[in-house]
Write a protein that binds this ligand. Sequence first.
Ligand code: ADP
Length: 456
Amino acid sequence: MATFQDVDPATGEPIADIEITSPEALQAAVRAAREAQPAWGDLAFAERKALLLAGAQRLEARADEVATLATREMGKLKSDALREIQGWTGGMDEFLDEIGAAIEPETLPAGDSETALVRDPLGVVAAITPWNFPVGMPLELFLPALGTGNACVFKPSEHVPLVGAALHECFSEGLPDGVFALVQGAGDVGAALVESDVDMVAFVGSRATGIRIMRAASDGLKRLVLELGGKDPLIVFGDADLEAAAECAVRHSLRNTGQVCCSVERVYVSDDVAERFEGLVLEKARAWRHGSGFEDGVKMGPMVSAEQRAKVEAQVKVAVAAGARLALGGETPAGPGYFYPATVLTGVEHAAEITREETFGPVVSLTRFSGDEDEAVRLANDTPYGLGANVYTGDVERGRRVARRIRSGQVGVNRYLGGAKGSPWVGARQSGFGYLGGIEGHRQFTVPKSISYPKV
Ligand code: ADP
C-alpha cells in the first residue's frame, strides 16, 4: 500500500500516513460514478438538495473537529477555519437554492412553436482542490457539480487529506453509491483523474497546474472550470482615505499568511502621500504576530510547507538585492515549523520579480507611482493575471472609471474586492477559465439543451 505523509506545518511533525488511491481504484471510482450518474441526474432538484443539506448539517455538527484538522494540516488560524466552515453551512440553504434556480427550465415562445430550454448535467465531474481554503474550495466545486445532477470524484490537496476525507464523509452519507467519490494523492493522482473518463474538470489551484490540466483535458474536449492565481494590485491615489487603504493593504496581504489567490500582492501608492501611507502600513503590519493557529492573539499561522516558504524567502531576497528596502520582517525564524514573519518591502520597482510572480506569502510590497490615473491603469494591467484589484481614491467617479479599465474579474473601490451574493467568482485573462458561483457559475456544470415543439 503506497502512502504519503500528512505534515503539521507548525511543527514539521507528521500527523498521519495517508493511503494513495491506486490507479485501479481511481478508475473503478470513475466507472461507478458514471453508472450512478443518470439516476442521480433524474432526481428532482429538491431531492438532491435535501441530501446535500443533510451533508451540511453533519459538517456543522463536526465544525470544531474539522476546523482543528484544518489548522493541524495547513496551519491557518482555528478561528478562521471555523468561520470558513460556518460561513458555508450557514449560507447553505441559499447556496443550494441558487443552484436550483440555475437549472430551472425556461420556456421560450416563438410564433407557432415553443422551446423548452433545459440544462443537463455533463456526467462525471472531477473536482481538484487546493489547501488554502480546505473547506470552502471543495464545497464551491463539488456542491454545484452534485447539485446540478453530475456525479463527482473529488481529490483534495495532498496537504489537507483529512479535511478532504471529513468533507467526503459528511456529504457522501445518504447519497446513492458511486455518486460522490474521494481519491487521495498528489499531482500524479490529479493528473490520472484528469485523464480518466470524466466529462469535466473543476479545478482551483496554481496557474502552472491549470495550464497542464487544460492541455491534458483537450484530448477528450473535457469541459473545464479553472480558478487560478493572481497578482492583484491595490492602487492608492493621493486623495484616498489612507487609513482605510493601509488597513486593506495589510490585512489582505497578510491574511491566511498571504496564501490567498486574491491577496493584495502589489501596492502602488501615489508619490505625494507615500511616506505617510508607508508609515501607516508599517504600524499596522507590526501587529501581525505569527504563531500556532491554535494560539490566542496570533494573527497568522505558519506557511503550508517548506517549499512555499522557500519561494517567498527567495523573492524577498531578490527584491532587496535589487534595491527594495526591508522595512519589516524578512528573516526566517529559527526553530521548527514553516513560519515566516509579516514582511513589508518599500521602494519595490514595478519591474521587480516580486511584482510579477505570484508571492503567496505574508509580504506587503509597496511601489510608488506618479499618482496619474492612466499610469495607475497601466501598472495594474501590466501582468498576465486578472483575478482582482482594489482602488482607493476620494473621487468615487475616478474610482469607477479606473475599475472599468482594469482587466480583472473583480474590483473593490474604497473597500476590498468581492461581489454581493450571486456574483460569480471570475478570473480574467490567465487567472482562470470559466467561473464559479452565482447562477452563471453553476451553469458551467451543465450543458443547455433546447427542446422545440409546435404550440398546443
Ligand atoms: P498548490 O500546491 O499551490 O495548491 P497546485 O496547483 O499545485 O497548487 O495544486 C492544486 C491541486 O492540484 C492539488 O490538489 C494538487 O494535488 C493538484 N495537482 C497538481 N498537479 C496536478 C496535475 N498535473 N493534474 C491534476 N491535478 C494536479
